[in-house]
Design a protein around this ligand. Structure first.
Ligand code: PHE
Length: 374
């Protein structure tokens, strides 16, 4: 009888020990536009995130715990991003939020993460003000003052353009900021912006603005919006007889750009974060595994989402505990971290220092042209 009781007590205490040692789940949130006007951005982001989570769990997770991903669709609408971030933090109890894609959305969600002291890292939001929201806000991409300079220099020095026109969305932080950065650099170099036309969110007829641009006869036309708008703008510009070379930024990166624009976008060039073909083993594994899993090549959004998760995973391991402040501190001190889009080190403003690639639309494909380092 006594023996039985002792055995029973032993079993109970063993179970208790096991439970107390079973590591906690690592809950990570992702907010991205899975539907709406830029749905390919959300799809690429989610694909890469899910791939990283599965790979990490197959290797034993983080700190012995399983990684659990909570995904929210913000439809590329800032108010939805704010709701999603609140939900991920208060209901899903995530230790970090990855997202969103568009700067205007991340800018709406970041104040909530900041005031809740939950680290947030956007894979792709390039507007300079995003990480200025506070010390819990990070990004995995370069910023628009750099991207604007890259394209201005390319236009002036490589393409020998002397005049440029711009057409941009006045209500979009990314588009507006990138246009301003391009103008500043292009004029500093000695070029002249001969026409600057704007429109509002959701507009799809650009003929009035493009007619003014045609009169100004620019060498290049800078179109710093997302693929859906750029596709229409390129078509309408060529229909009006504009012959300028089209230039743009990372917002062009979508498998939908060419289907929307048709041949009008041929010869167009844009700055981007990633081009396949790196000899780095991490980049190579990412590229092959992504194709194997999803049947198409990864774009910059996929690469940067994967990198944002590499940064978070590395920080959790370095922090050694699921403590949000410790994870924040570990992200901030990320140094020489090998990721898909390069070797990452954060500067004092929580932005990684990294280069850009320039791609050209040729035969309906994105062809690598150049790399520009800061
Ligand atoms: N940089 C864009 C923004 O800040 C988002 C984006 C990044 C879109 C990369 C496409 C590719 O809004």
């Amino acid at each position: 009888m006594i023996r039985k009781a002792a055995l029973f007590a032993l079993i109970i205490s063993l179970i208790l020990v096991m439970v107390s040692f079973a590591a906690e789940d690592v809950r990570i949130g992702l907010v991205t536009p899975l539907t709406g006007d830029v749905a390919t951005f959300g799809e690429s982001t989610r694909n890469a995130a899910q791939m990283w989570v599965d790979e990490t769990n197959a290797k034993g997770g983080l700190l012995g715990g399983k990684v659990v991903l909570f995904v929210e669709d913000d439809r590329n609408i800032p108010a939805e991003t704010a709701n999603a971030v609140s939900k991920l933090i208060s209901q899903n109890k995530v230790i970090t939020v990855v997202g969103s894609v568009a700067s205007k959305c991340t800018l709406a969600g970041a104040p909530i993460a900041q005031s809740s002291k939950v680290p947030m890292i956007t894979p792709t939001s390039t507007n300079v003000t995003v990480t200025q929201v506070g010390d819990y806000i990070f990004r995995a991409c370069f910023i628009d003052p750099f991207q604007g300079t890259v394209m201005a220099r390319y236009a002036y020095q490589n393409l020998k353009a002397k005049t440029a026109a711009m057409l941009y969305d006045i209500g979009n932080d990314y588009t507006k900021g990138l246009a301003e950065n391009f103008k500043k650099s292009f004029e500093q170099l000695g070029g002249k912006v001969v026409a600057s036309e704007t429109y509002g969110v959701g507009e799809s007829d650009f003929s009035a603005q493009l007619t003014n641009i045609r009169t100004a006869k620019p060498d290049v036309l800078f179109l710093p919006d997302y693929y859906n708008s750029v596709g229409l703008q390129a078509r309408q510009a060529r229909q009006l007889g504009i012959t300028a070379t089209f230039l743009g930024g990372d917002g062009w990166d979508s498998s939908e750009l060419v289907p929307i624009a048709g041949t009008a976008i041929e010869g167009g060039m844009f700055s981007n974060h990633y081009a396949p073909g790196s000899s780095d083993p991490i980049a190579q594994a990412f590229y092959t595994n992504y194709i194997k899993r999803y049947g198409s090549a990864p774009d910059a959004l996929a690469a940067l989402a994967y990198d944002a998760f590499i940064i978070v995973g590395n920080a959790v391991t370095k922090a050694g505990k699921l403590d949000k402040t410790a994870i924040r501190d570990a992200i901030a001190t990320t140094k020489d971290l090998h990721a898909v889009s390069g070797v990452l080190t954060f500067d004092a403003n929580r932005n990684p220092i990294k280069g850009a690639v320039i791609l050209e639309v040729k035969g309906g494909k994105f062809v690598y042209r150049d790399t520009v380092n800061p």
